[in-house]
Write a protein that binds this ligand. Structure first.
Ligand code: ADP
Ligand code: ADP
Length: 215
């Protein structure tokens, strides 16, 4: 099972990706999580991508394509994987096509911009695992702490209103086009699944799982 998750920042991709990966036993490849780990470690990659991430812009296609290629070559990817946050530009989608990787489905989670701002302002995360919470919509059992490890939750530097607006602009300018790119591939390409992301987390989950199980 090879899957792509599309949708604006804050649509719930990471949240749903966690469920789907558990259900189908595939690794979650989140380019955002990988890049944040590199920044936190102060590696060469981290230094290269820090400014773009802080400003709400995109990291260059070349860097991202190499990162994903290396990750999908790992042995745990032989039975499939879920791409969360990649591709994000036409050039990245074309690189996937050129690598002749057969994707089974593209899941797009639709959420309007005003809801995105509310979601991202309340987002808290556990960086080591990628688990995400929301102050109101999906609070941890104990305030400020991860449910599984009990470690402190963090607020991402780019989840501030000014950067959120910039990320939404970037999404509309460079990523939104991928929806029509994949929905237009009726015969040859992956199955295109569009879900309404405005419903509660469990309903969105049931919808996605149900539609993937029918593939
Ligand atoms: P993405 O990976 O697309 O950026 P996340 O999964 O990190 O999105 O979700 C963004 C924020 O919205 C998090 O705080 C998460 O808890 C919350 N969230 C996710 N799905 C829903 C939903 N269906 N309804 C309400 N809040 C949600
Ligand atoms: P979100 O939760 O908002 O969807 P991510 O965690 O996926 O955000 O990504 C955080 C940041 O990492 C992005 O704003 C961007 O700077 C960078 N990034 C992640 N994935 C990509 C990608 N495929 N191409 C370019 N930049 C990326």
């Amino acid at each position: 099972m090879r899957l792509i998750f599309l949708g604006p920042p804050g649509a719930g991709k990471g949240t749903q990706a966690g469920f789907i990966c558990q259900r189908f036993g595939i690794p979650q490849i989140s380019t955002g999580d990988m890049l944040r780990a590199a920044v936190a470690a102060g590696s060469d990659l981290g230094l290269l991508v820090k400014a773009a991430m802080e400003s709400g812009g995109l990291v260059t296609d070349e860097v991202i394509i190499r990162l994903v290629q290396e990750r999908t070559d790992d042995p745990d990817c032989v039975n499939g994987y879920l791409l969360d946050g990649f591709p994000r530009t036409m050039a990245q989608a074309e690189a996937l096509d050129e690598a002749q990787v057969v994707m089974d489905a593209v899941v797009e989670i639709e959420v309007p911009d005003d809801e995105i701002v509310r979601r991202l302002s309340g987002r808290r995360s556990h960086p080591a695992s990628g688990r995400v919470y929301h102050l109101v919509n999906n609070p941890p059992k104990t305030e400020g702490l991860d449910d599984v490890t009990g470690e402190p939750l963090m607020q991402r530097d780019d989840d501030r209103e000014d950067v959120i607006r910039k990320r939404l602009e970037t999404f509309h300018a460079q990523t939104a086009v991928l929806s029509s790119y994949y929905s237009g591939q009726t015969n040859s390409g992956p199955v295109f699944i569009k879900v309404n992301g405005l419903r509660p987390i469990d309903e969105v989950k049931a919808d996605i799982v149900g539609r993937l199980e029918r593939l």
